[in-house]
Design a protein around this ligand. Structure first.
Ligand code: IPM
Ligand code: MG
Length: 369
């Protein structure tokens, strides 16, 4: 018998524990019906880890994450910890975890569920049937570049420094993931930088163009990041897969996540390289943050977290049938008018986080019967 696959759950801060509880029940349903056979454990990350251990990610938690077959995190951060020095902030725990897992490609889909086309602030016809995948580079660029810091100059003035830096291999490995994805989708890739003002952007464009020789079946366009932001709002359906660096990818994926109307719907997957034995580090998380303003009220939307688990089933465990089942259940629940406060429409009464989770489980059971 092969060893049980290990999943590490990291509820984190803010609404994290609430949406994790809802997702965990969905995971339990898959276990109890024999569809999965995982060993699930939990650990701390972010502000709660800082409060308990004095660090946003302990070495032990990182080791557990590295040993797991997949990691599912909810969210980190909150105003309470904003006063801490950089190294102790919840966000540092997340960055350390990404780095420690080697997950360089962050897949952030923006998909508009047909029943939610009205939830978007854009006109329904602009977003209807939208299906974009943003591939964000996650381990390089200005987030990690050296030199960095804040220094005081001889004249007493202070200077803050961050460095945008990319090497060939960093660009090529993430671009390859994007080309491969495009190949399985509508075969269109848009590569985004600011080659008009940044050398790292010039290099990015050159390397992506070179790699294109291996993916001639994919149509490649290049776009400046500012123009891409504008185009995403003007005519988002022109895009299929977008690949960009860490910072532009962060901004553009937040922008794209609003096209469907609520951040609360969107999962993401972060993948590393596959080793010789076929093992690949993988990290799943909702795109949304810890939403401290609504934390503890039991009203957060757990669907991004639940769908992140769905992405895990699909990408880490090759369980397409289970992932499809889960996505169908979520669609049906929305179609039936079950809505949390963030996606509620006129005439609907919002349900709680827990009730949304229960509705998904009930629908899973109905579909599976
Ligand atoms: C994200 C977040 C993080 C990032 C923060 C919390 C460090 O904005 O996952 O998009 O900037 O990467
Ligand atoms: Mg972000």
């Amino acid at each position: 018998m092969t060893a049980k696959k290990k999943i590490l759950l990291l509820p984190g801060d803010g609404i994290g524990p609430e949406i994790t509880a809802a997702a965990r029940k969905v995971m339990d349903w898959f276990q109890s019906t024999g569809r999965t056979n995982f060993e699930v454990s939990e650990d701390l990350i972010g502000g709660v880890s800082y409060d308990t251990h004095g660090t946003p990610l302990t070495d032990a938690a990182l080791k557990r994450a590295q040993e797991a077959d997949a990691v599912l995190m909810a969210s980190v951060g909150g105003h309470k910890w904003d006063v801490l020095p950089f190294a102790d902030r919840p966000e540092r725990g997340l960055l350390r975890l990404r780095k420690g897992l080697g997950v360089f490609a962050n897949l952030r889909p923006a998909v508009v569920f047909d029943v939610l086309a009205n939830a978007s602030t854009l006109k329904p016809e602009v977003v209807k049937d939208l299906d974009i995948m943003i591939v964000r580079e996650l381990l390089g660029g200005v987030y990690f570049g050296e030199p960095r810091g804040i220094e005081t100059l001889p004249n007493g003035e202070r200077r803050g420094i961050n460095t945008q830096v990319y090497t060939t291999s960093e660009i090529v490995r993430v671009a390859r993931v994007a080309f491969e994805l495009a190949r399985k989708r509508k075969k269109k890739l848009c590569s985004v930088e600011k080659a008009n003002v940044m050398e790292s952007g010039v290099l990015w464009r050159e390397e992506v163009t070179k790699l294109h020789a291996e993916y001639k079946d994919v149509e490649l366009v290049h776009m400046y990041a500012d123009n891409c932001a504008m185009q995403l709002v003007r005519n988002p359906k022109q895009f299929d897969v977008i690949v960009s660096d860490n910072l532009f990818g962060d901004l553009l994926s937040d922008l794209a996540s609003m096209l469907p109307g609520s951040l609360g719907m969107l999962p993401s997957a972060s993948l590393g390289a596959r080793d010789a034995s076929g093992r690949q580090s993988a990290f799943y998380e909702p795109i949304h943050g810890s939403a401290p303003d609504i934390a503890g009220k039991g009203i957060a939307n757990p669907l991004a977290m639940i769908l992140s688990y769905g992405m895990m089933l699909r990408y880490s465990f090759d369980m397409a049938a289970n992932a499809d089942l889960l996505e169908t259940a979520v669609k049906n629940v929305l179609r039936a008018g079950v809505r949390t406060a963030d996606i509620v429409e006129k005439g609907q009464t919002p349900v709680s986080t827990a009730a949304m989770g229960e509705a998904v489980i009930k629908e899973l059971a109905r579909l599976a019967a």
